[in-house]
Write a protein that binds this ligand. Structure first.
Ligand SMILES: Nc1nc2c(ncn2[C@@H]2O[C@H](COP(=O)(O)OP(=O)(O)OP(=O)(O)O)[C@@H](O)[C@H]2O)c(=O)[nH]1
Ligand SMILES: [Mg+2]
Length: 369
């Protein structure tokens, strides 16, 4: 795709110039209004992308052949999960299914592809990622019809979304999982949900450890939950408490470690949490991020929290988010899989095990259901 900047006296003028010069082929990527330094007149500038690809032509392939290739491609794109003999800590909810319902079997046009680009931009998907999606679409353009375009975009998005599961082997060693993250993102709530699911749904022994002795009321928050749900809770006030805690919880299947929320900018405070986690040696460390945060903030947090060597991401508060492109942006940027999404305050209901198809669907639709 070639990028060009077209200027005009006003928006209509600039748009007409784009049309005259490039016809329907141009995709408007962004617009800017500024004052000319010499004339002091307002200038409307449009940045446009010109697609040099030829028209999409899929006449050569029969209907049956096309369907077969589509299925084969989708099979390849889909991430395969699951391992025998392990218990996956996942909520009981089914993942909502989505349907593709365009009856037409016409070829896609450049306009259809432009609409996909616009939609992904609105959903805050990174421009670089959109380019990859479009490249994939172009590679399979002989297969594309109006009816299956959405299905293809979803399959491509899904193939780019890396997810993982919390698998527990019922063995002599407890599985230790820590959750770290900035303040107030929903770490403790998420831990309570995971603890309740592990106990109630999977009938496993679970213990919670909190190292949050800083925030007023933090211990009480978990104490109340622990009493209601009959789940053991221990507090690590100092590093030297850790061995005794591990000894007490040695028969648990899962130990969840709740950490104090800290700003990503405060290295000393993060280092203190790190020194606790070094002692606990968690098998998994999850970075909890709020889906409502800006891309800039999420990139900064996920970069600075790298000191914890986190193994997966939890996106909290998806129920409050207005779009979901950042789930893909951050996960791809940090090469880190997504393990859970949390979608509300209710314990233990509001948690969803991450599934690439589901995340692709919410990114594309901008809706949770
Ligand atoms: N809407 C919504 N609210 C949530 C979700 N998860 C947590 N919350 C709310 O967010 C607030 C903060 O949750 P906590 O679990 O205490 O957050 P935290 O990260 O442990 O906070 P600190 O320990 O203070 O850093 C509470 O009001 C929760 O009920 C979610 O998925 N959706
Ligand atoms: Mg907390």
């Amino acid at each position: 795709m070639k990028i060009k900047k077209i200027k005009g006296e006003n928006l209509r003028d600039a748009t007409e110039r784009v049309k005259n010069e490039f016809g329907d082929d141009a995709i408007i990527l962004s617009s800017k209004i500024y004052e000319d330094e010499i004339t002091h007149k307002q200038i409307f500038e449009l940045t446009v992308g010109i697609d040099a690809e030829p028209e999409i032509d899929n006449d050569d392939i029969s209907e049956e052949g096309r369907e077969e290739i589509v299925q084969e491609l989708e099979k390849k794109l889909r991430t395969v999960h699951g391992e025998e003999g392990v218990i996956t800590i996942a909520p009981s909810k089914g993942i909502p299914k989505f349907s593709v319902s365009s009856p037409e079997n016409e070829k896609v046009t450049k306009k259809d592809l432009k609409e996909v680009i616009e939609l992904l931009k609105i959903m805050e998907v990174d421009v670089e990622i959109i380019k990859i999606v479009m490249d994939h679409l172009k590679n399979s353009k002989v297969l594309l019809t109006k009816a299956n375009l959405k299905k293809h975009v979803l399959a491509i998005l899904s193939s780019m979304i890396n997810t993982t599961k919390l698998n527990i082997k019922k063995s002599s060693e407890p599985t230790i999982v820590a959750v770290v993250g900035p303040t107030g993102v929903g770490k403790t709530t998420c831990i309570a949900k995971l603890a309740a699911i592990t106990k109630i749904l999977h009938k496993l022994e679970v213990g919670i450890v909190t190292i949050d002795t800083y925030r007023l009321g933090a211990i009480d928050q978990l104490k109340i939950f622990s009493e209601i749900s009959d789940i053991d809770l221990l507090v690590a006030y100092e590093l030297k408490d850790v061995p005794a805690i591990l000894e007490k919880f040695k028969d648990k299947d899962l130990i969840l470690i709740d950490t104090v929320g800290r700003s990503q900018k405060n290295r000393n405070e993060l280092a203190t949490i790190k020194s606790f986690l070094r002692k606990f040696k968690p098998k998994e460390t999850y970075l909890a991020l709020s889906s409502t945060s800006s891309k800039k903030n999420l990139f900064d947090v996920s970069e600075r929290f790298k000191i914890f060597d986190y193994t997966a991401l939890i996106f909290t508060k998806v129920d409050e988010a207005v779009d979901f492109g950042n789930l893909l942006n951050v996960s791809l940027n940090m090469a880190s899989p997504i393990v859970y999404l949390t979608n509300g305050q209710v314990i233990p209901d509001d948690i969803i095990a991450a599934e690439s198809d589901f995340i692709a669907k919410i990114i594309y639709s901008g809706r949770l259901n």
